[in-house]
Design a binder for this molecule. Structure first.
Ligand SMILES: Cc1cc2nc3c(=O)[nH]c(=O)nc-3n(C[C@H](O)[C@H](O)[C@H](O)COP(=O)(O)OP(=O)(O)OC[C@H]3O[C@@H](n4cnc5c(N)ncnc54)[C@H](O)[C@@H]3O)c2cc1C
Length: 407
């Protein structure tokens, strides 16, 4: 039996556990916090488009251990909100976990297409997929020579598609150059829309287009992928691109466990939550991160992003624990929305707000910001309980100084 049970060990789940532990400690409450997730690590998912992805993880025990959160290694398979139980499969077989308050933070998954050769499509949505892509790229020099050996096709020109296309130029060159084959590198970005990155906003598009030109990324717009085989990617217009690598990026949905909560969900499968991140109509259940359609500034809804998952986790954990103790809950607020899009060797671009106004700083300066985000800002503190609990304060801006702890 857990007083607060968190399902999911990503950004939202990890910070929910820390947010709950912080409040319970501040009130000397003996209540227990348990985090249930399949793997032992917090995967730094926003970095999975980069080279050497296996390193982008933080052992959950180094965050949860010092603050007294119990970790259970298992995959949740069922939620019964009437009985307040979660069933899970792990090394000990099927187990049942009772809760007083539940935080559902199981994230999102890429929707893969149903087309001939779909199993050949790589992606960068999970650690396993990102490592498989890295292994595939590293093995290309040993693959039979021929057209398309160092050509990669990225499918979908949204945030992840542009980032992986830009990054693949440098990653493929690093693999091919030691064999004198860097000239064979080509990256093609395939997009069904007539423009690149429509969702990233009009103001950023010229910067993105310039960067893709500089990197030599070929754009095939107004088409989609019809099939993939060992040697080529076939497009919907009947043409084929000789390529040994194809990376699918289009379409992300909230994890399927959201469907087991009897509540309204949006088009992305996210649960409708109130200002405390409590699932509407299910009082003991909170949702945070990519599973939750939470309110953001100016009437907007949060995006499925690390920058929104982290504060949602802190608020959801705090509020679940406050609810348990009969304390006042805090309405969710978050820093104003920004995006920082990596353009690989051509820098990065920053936008502000949901209308994505361009933050017109040089691409090199934006790249330094992206590095700070990827290599520092999104990592939790480890090993030091006081530091972890201080960072778990839901009132701490992710971008600002850390305030004194509350009494
Ligand atoms: C390539 C890429 C680039 C990105 N770039 C950015 C960026 O620049 N900026 C940004 O803000 N966001 C970015 N994102 C999005 C960001 O990574 C996600 O929005 C964020 O990870 C969501 O956090 P989360 O905790 O909700 O879910 P996740 O981080 O996905 O964590 C979900 C957790 O739930 C666990 N889980 C899943 N199913 C179960 C189950 N059945 N039982 C138990 N546990 C389960 C998983 O193992 C994992 O621990 C990027 C994502 C990708 C893939």
């Amino acid at each position: 039996m857990s007083d607060v049970l968190i399902v999911g060990g990503g950004f939202a789940g990890t910070w929910a556990a820390a947010g709950a532990a912080r409040l319970l400690r501040a009130h000397d409450a003996a209540a227990t916090v348990t985090l249930l997730a399949p793997g032992p690590d917090l995967v730094i998912r926003p970095r999975l488009y980069q080279a050497a992805p296996a390193a982008y993880r933080v052992p959950l025990d180094r965050v949860l251990g010092p603050i007294g959160v119990r970790r259970v290694a298992a995959t949740a398979t069922g939620i019964d909100t009437a009985r307040r139980t979660v069933t899970a499969d792990g090394a000990e077989g099927r187990t049942e976990h009772r809760y007083e308050r539940l935080v559902l933070a199981t994230g999102s998954t890429l929707v893969r297409p149903d087309l001939p050769g779909a199993e050949r499509l790589h992606d960068v949505d999970t650690m396993a997929a990102a490592v498989a892509l890295e292994d595939h790229l590293q093995a290309l020099p040993e693959a039979p020579a021929g057209p398309g050996r160092f050509t990669a096709v990225a499918v979908g020109a949204g945030f992840t598609g542009v980032e992986i296309a830009a990054e693949l130029v440098g990653r493929l060159r690093a693999v091919a150059a030691p064999h004198g084959l860097a000239d064979e590198v080509e990256v093609v970005l395939v997009e069904r829309d007539e423009v690149v990155g429509r969702g990233l906003g009009e103001p950023a598009r010229p910067v993105i287009e310039r960067a893709l030109d500089e990197l030599g990324v070929v754009r095939r717009l107004g088409v989609t992928v019809a099939g993939v085989d060992e040697r080529a990617v076939r497009l919907s217009d009947g043409t084929a691109i000789p390529a040994r690598t194809a990376v699918w990026t289009a379409g992300v949905r909230a994890d399927g466990l959201t469907a087991q909560i009897p509540a309204a969900r949006d088009a992305l499968g996210r649960l409708a939550v109130d200002e405390w991140l409590r699932v509407r109509g299910v009082p003991e259940v909170y949702a945070a991160g990519d599973t939750a359609a939470a309110p953001a500034e100016d009437g907007h809804t949060v995006t499925q992003s690390c920058q929104h998952a982290t504060p949602q986790g802190k608020f959801a954990g705090h509020n679940a624990a406050a609810d348990l103790l009969g304390l006042a809950r805090e309405p969710f607020t978050t820093d104003p929305y920004v995006t920082c899009l990596d353009l690989g060797g051509a820098g990065a671009v920053l936008t502000k707000g949901f209308d994505r106004a361009l933050n017109d700083i040089p691409v090199t300066e934006a790249k330094a910001r992206k590095r700070a985000i990827n290599e520092s800002w999104i990592y939790p503190p480890v090993d030091d309980a006081a530091e972890i609990l201080r960072a778990a304060d839901h009132r701490v801006s992710q971008r600002g100084p850390v305030p004194a702890p509350p009494r």
